[in-house]
Design a protein around this ligand. Structure first.
Ligand SMILES: NC(=O)c1ccc[n+]([C@@H]2O[C@H](COP(=O)([O-])OP(=O)(O)OC[C@H]3O[C@@H](n4cnc5c(N)ncnc54)[C@H](OP(=O)(O)O)[C@@H]3O)[C@@H](O)[C@H]2O)c1
Length: 210
């Protein structure tokens, strides 16, 4: 994934908008997928990006980032009718609230696994998911690049997402196969638990080493 690559971002909310702004600023060709194109164009003014209906945005994209609520992720992704081989990055977290965040994955074991099962041939990778959306604006926190873990079964697709994370300024790290997407969804639960019980939202995880 090099500068000039076409990246579709489905969803223009807390996660999609800053990712698109940063990627466009780095020279990627960003096209947002929105169900209300007019409203999205207005909201995204100032970002050098196209806006189209979700299915049109995904046509010809080198990578598609899925940044919609988890409860509509499967339906939204299916409706894109992605070509086999497309890299789909699942940025969603399947959660419910019960006095705090609770992981609520589909039967496949994670949202990422459910997407992979629903979209045969599509290379599904979990990424950009386990910290607050604010971090996308500036992935350097207290002088250190925030960790951004990536999981999926296709090694080349995983590497492409790692490269994109690195280009954005993260310390992008390979978290292994698709089954580990469940770990990343739970890392998001931990982040929300901490953020909502006094830690605030301006932090990210960092594995320190010697
Ligand atoms: N917020 C965070 O800090 C954070 C961090 C990590 C991961 N996540 C995950 O990222 C995902 C997005 O979170 P968010 O905070 O960005 O949500 P958000 O601000 O509510 O934005 C969601 C976006 O999805 C669009 N959307 C909703 N339903 C849709 C549908 N049926 N078809 C097409 N587009 C649809 C919305 O479009 P409209 O504008 O038309 O409603 C909106 O642009 C969630 O799965 C969340 O768990 C969030």
């Amino acid at each position: 994934m090099t500068q000039g690559s076409r990246i579709a971002i489905i969803g223009t909310g807390n996660v999609g908008a800053p990712l698109g702004r940063r990627l466009a600023g780095l020279g990627y060709r960003v096209v947002f997928g929105a169900r209300d194109v007019g409203a999205a164009r207005e909201k995204l003014q100032g970002i050098q990006a196209e806006v189209a209906l979700p299915k049109d945005a995904a046509v010809g994209a080198d990578m598609v980032l899925l940044t919609v609520p988890a409860n509509v992720a499967l339906g939204t992704a299916r409706a894109l009718e992605l070509a086999p081989g497309t890299i789909l990055v699942d940025c969603t977290n399947p959660l419910r609230w019960d006095g705090g965040p609770v992981w609520a994955p589909p039967a496949e074991g994670s949202m990422t696994a459910a997407l992979a099962a629903a979209l045969p041939g599509v290379r599904v990778v979990k990424g950009f998911s386990h910290f607050g959306a604010e971090v996308h604006d500036d992935p350097v926190v207290s002088g250190m690049a925030a960790d951004m873990f990536v999981a999926g079964d296709d090694q080349d697709a995983r590497q492409a997402v790692l490269d994109l994370g690195t280009a954005l300024g993260y310390h992008a790290q390979d978290a292994g196969p698709l089954r580990n997407a469940a770990l990343l969804e739970n890392l998001a639960v931990l982040w929300i638990q901490l953020a909502t019980t006094g830690r605030g939202r301006q932090f990210a995880f960092k594995a320190v080493g010697r």
